[in-house]
Design a protein around this ligand. Structure first.
Ligand SMILES: [Zn+2]
Length: 230
């Protein structure tokens, strides 16, 4: 069941208990960040919240973020994640430096490959807000196994965000606790470096082809092969 919460005057959270989307309201259009699982039919809920035209932007194209694309005509997604999209929606590219203005929002696209190769974050520097998709989380697990993910790229992207962490006060992750404070960027980076170094305890993940690695602040789903890939 999709729940909605007004986080501030022009920002809604939509949450099914597993993954959340964000609806940013402007005067003439709205921006929807991610579309959730297909079966959540996020667009139906969005239509109860606004009559404005909605532009859909994806943080990345895992099925819990891109599933709802089957209910939209077009969406903006980083090209490196286009191969993950199963819906027939018309795709437009997102890349570093792209900007989207919407009422009181001014989003900047930051490429943060790692969780997926086409992962991006959306930053509003004036409002000191960051939407990092799945790449910054309190607790996790953060998925880092499989061919379309890359631990080394993830660590590099966390360093990139960490270098600008003082530009943010509020981080809105798609999973688990929300919002979180910017120090979780560095906490996730440190845990990911410990994962790569082989110092995190782990055990097989029930029902999944991976192991659960326990960081100090964050768990990861990964494998020995993915963890040690150069
Ligand atoms: Zn996710």
């Amino acid at each position: 069941m999709l729940q909605t919460k007004l986080l501030c005057a022009d920002l809604y959270e939509l949450y099914d208990g597993r993954v959340r989307q964000f609806l940013l309201l402007g005067g003439e259009q709205a921006l929807l960040l991610d579309t959730g699982f297909a079966q959540s039919h996020v667009m139906e809920k969005v239509r109860t919240l606004t009559a404005l035209p909605v532009r859909v932007l994806l943080t990345h194209a895992d099925p819990d973020h891109a599933g709802g694309l089957e209910d939209v005509a077009r969406a903006w997604v980083h090209r490196k994640d286009w191969g993950l999209v199963r819906a027939a929606a018309e795709l437009h590219p997102l890349q570093e430096g792209d900007e989207f203005r919407c009422g009181g929002w001014h989003l900047h696209v930051i490429e943060i490959p790692g969780h997926t190769r086409g992962s991006v974050a959306f930053a509003d520097y004036d409002r000191k807000v960051l939407f990092p998709g799945d790449s910054v989380q309190d607790g996790g697990p953060i998925y880092l196994f499989g061919d379309h993910r890359d631990l080394n790229l993830y660590i590099g992207s966390q360093k990139k965000l960490e270098a600008m962490a003082d530009r943010f006060e509020t981080i809105y992750p798609c999973h688990h606790a929300c919002p979180v404070t910017p120090d979780f960027i560095g906490k996730n980076r440190r845990d990911a470096e410990a994962l790569r170094a082989g110092t995190l305890p782990s055990e097989p993940t029930p029902g999944m082809p991976c192991r659960t690695y326990h960081g100090r602040w964050t768990d990861f789903y990964c494998t020995e092969e993915d963890r040690t890939r150069p």
